[in-house]
Write a protein that binds this ligand. Structure first.
Ligand code: FEO
Ligand code: CA
Ligand code: CA
Ligand code: CA
Length: 656
């Protein structure tokens, strides 16, 4: 999702009300954070600050204090690119970043060639969707680590109508809406699966592959599973059993399970429902999710299920994590209710040392929470089918960060603590349908917009990208969210006990935490930024969003919001430990108006897939007069979201 925070500088493509905080309990716990806050504030820059930070959370403290030189990271020897903005993208010297697939390219068999002036829902339902976001590379054959042949699984988060259709402007997207246009929008949402292979160095899409598939908001049936499936609050006229939903929407980031399925997250579902939610039995619930009946599109005018007065429960059927099997094009995607309902940025998994599977997920809105889910059952690596319903039972937790450098995972279990009928929870199903309100009652810590959360495969430490929160006041900063009016965001480490890598205990209820990077410009003291002292003038960034680890355990960060700093979004890479911890370096940048999504590596790190979302979405840019016609630069083509395949010339690991 483009960052919706309100700033005056170049306005990216942004839905204007989607990030007003809706957490009424976002107040600080003064008692346990005040003292540490003072320490932390002293820590916001410079060697003295680093020492103070180290005293609180040991990990990494000494690393910052070492004398440093501006050297490369852990195997990160690429030549850094400069901050900047162009009509096209840029990548580090010695690399190719080639377009693999664009909005409108054929996906399913029988898809017509893209014709932007004669688009139809039938065509769009078989073509690559709009605003590519999460990317997963799933090797072929199933279960292999083949780096040159596989399925690319890509989310299509939302549509930018004024860049898709002629005659519209950003502020009049709903003017002259027709059902035909609404249905195209719905078909451009969802997900694509494409078979791809690399031959003679270059990647290509296998057209006509039986694996190629579109999931859409318009027409793909999905099953509800887990504790909330079949609950009365999930029943609708179209689905009196509360067990089948048509479609998925606002699919932002996602994840991959150890058994080879893909998880796609439903994020800002509130932006799709019309009607007055205050008149429905779900008024309190919808208010907590910021659902105000001011939709971004006009789906509710043509599809009654998106009108809350006509179908008051439909919005309870979105906001879930959807699991599907990309290797079976006939598989029915499943909304896994056990993982909770909120504005899921993504969901990433790790097999714990005891065999249980742990999933981390952020709720991306100002003052929302970080969650984890621990399965009851254990992963069976020998029998793929045995893991099929592992995500239907387990325990969901929300994080509470403490000033002493530890964090507690608070279980969202019905019947315990405040999660009882006294507070309006009659069952675990209701705890899950109203996950946010349950986490409020437990005292989870309101964060600065948790985007992607990923586990480092080498160290076992879990990283959360906190993208920004300009609504945080000085009176409610805390140790883990230390800056008021946090424009730039920060990176948070959550460190499980028990040892490194596979030794880490992701089932534990107490972790340690640390902040390796406070984003912003290190040359501006007012930003309160913190990086490795050797960071270059191009190595700093703002608004971390999606992220990925390479096999070496380096962190690759994609951003959403850099135009406010006067340069394009892109990818920065850093080592997480050793002499170059937090030495962030600029690797790739997107064309103007875009944000950077994905990224995903092939096994062995020789290819990095990166998704360019909403190119040409700068202020005033439209289908008719776009700020760039990336990637085609053809007067007959609007800008098109597309996925890049990044490789090193002559071969080798990306980053080397
Ligand atoms: Fe869809 Fe949180 O970005
Ligand atoms: Ca996005
Ligand atoms: Ca974002
Ligand atoms: Ca995102």
């Amino acid at each position: 999702m483009p960052d919706p925070a309100k700033f005056s500088a170049p306005a990216p493509d942004r839905h204007n009300d989607d990030d007003i905080p809706s957490n009424p309990s976002a107040t600080p716990n003064f008692g346990d954070i005040l003292n540490a806050r003072i320490d932390r504030r002293a820590a916001l820059g410079g060697a003295v600050g680093i020492a103070a930070l180290g005293a609180m959370t040991a990990m990494g403290a000494g690393l910052f204090a070492r004398p440093v030189k501006a050297a490369a990271g852990q195997g990160l020897t690429f030549t850094e690119i400069a901050h900047g903005t162009n009509q096209t993208h840029r990548v580090a010297p010695g690399y190719d970043a080639r377009v693999l697939i664009r909005w409108g390219d054929p996906v399913e068999a029988g898809a017509p060639e893209f014709d932007p002036l004669n688009q139809s829902a039938a065509a769009q339902s078989k073509q690559f969707g709009y605003n590519n976001d999460f990317v997963a590379f799933m090797p072929l054959p199933t279960g292999s680590a083949n780096p040159a042949h596989g399925l690319l699984c890509v989310n299509h988060e939302y549509t930018s109508d004024h860049l898709m259709f002629p005659g519209l402007t950003k502020h009049r997207e709903q003017a002259k809406t027709t059902q035909a246009r609404v249905d195209i929008e719905m078909a451009a949402h969802g997900h694509s699966v494409i078979e791809i292979e690399r031959a003679k160095g270059a990647w290509r899409v296998v057209t006509g592959s039986p694996y190629n598939r579109r999931l859409t908001a318009l027409a793909t049936p999905m099953r509800l599973a887990g504790p909330a499936a079949g609950h009365a609050r999930l029943k609708t006229k179209g689905d009196p059993n509360g067990r089948e939903v048509i479609g998925t929407l606002n699919n932002c980031a996602g994840g991959v399970t150890p058994w080879g399925t893909v998880l796609i997250a439903e994020e800002n579902f509130h932006g799709y429902f019309g009607g007055d939610p205050r008149t429905t039995p779900e008024a309190r619930n919808y208010k907590r999710y910021g659902l105000k009946g001011r939709p971004w599109h006009a789906w509710h005018e043509f599809h009654a299920r998106f009108h809350v007065e006509k179908e008051p429960n439909e919005a309870n059927r979105f906001g879930w994590i959807v699991e599907f099997n990309p290797y079976d094009p006939r598989s029915v995607p499943v909304k896994r209710t056990a993982l909770g309902r909120f504005k899921h940025e993504g969901a990433t998994s790790v097999v714990n040392k005891d065999g249980r599977v742990v999933l981390y997920s952020g709720d991306d809105q100002r003052f929302e929470y970080i969650y984890k889910f621990v399965t009851s059952g254990r992963f069976d690596p020998k029998n793929r089918a045995a893991n099929r319903d592992l995500l239907d039972s387990g325990t969901l937790y929300a994080a509470r960060f403490k000033a002493d450098g530890t964090l507690d995972w608070l279980p969202l279990v019905w019947g315990t603590g405040p999660l009882t009928p006294v507070n309006g929870f009659a069952s675990q199903a209701e705890v899950l349908i109203e996950t946010r309100r349950a986490a409020d009652l437990l005292g989870a810590t309101p964060m600065d917009r948790p985007e992607d959360v990923e586990t480092n495969p080498v160290t076992g430490t879990v990283y959360a990208m906190l993208t920004n929160n300009t609504s945080r006041g000085t009176e409610n900063t805390d140790a883990a969210n230390p800056r008021a009016k946090n424009r730039h965001g920060h990176i948070l480490e959550m460190i499980p006990p028990g040892g490194r890598g596979a030794g880490a205990d992701h089932g534990a209820l107490t972790y340690r935490w640390d902040i390796p990077v406070l984003c912003g410009d290190p040359a501006k003291p007012g930003d309160g930024a913190k990086y490795h002292p050797g960071v270059s003038a191009d190595g700093w960034f703002s608004n971390p969003d999606n992220c990925a680890f390479d096999d070496q355990g380096n962190l690759w960060i994609a951003t959403d919001g850099s135009p406010r700093n006067g340069f394009a979004d892109g990818i920065w890479a850093m080592a997480v430990e050793g002499d170059n911890r937090a030495l962030t370096r600029h690797f790739l940048r997107v064309p103007r108006g875009a944000e950077m999504c994905g990224p995903a590596f092939t096994p062995g790190d020789e290819t990095l897939f990166a998704a360019v979302q909403h190119p040409g979405a700068d202020k005033g840019s439209t289908f008719d007069t776009p700020s760039t016609r990336w990637p085609d630069f053809d007067e007959a083509m609007p800008p098109r979201p597309a996925v890049l395949a990044v490789t090193k010339r002559g071969g080798g690991r990306v980053g080397s």
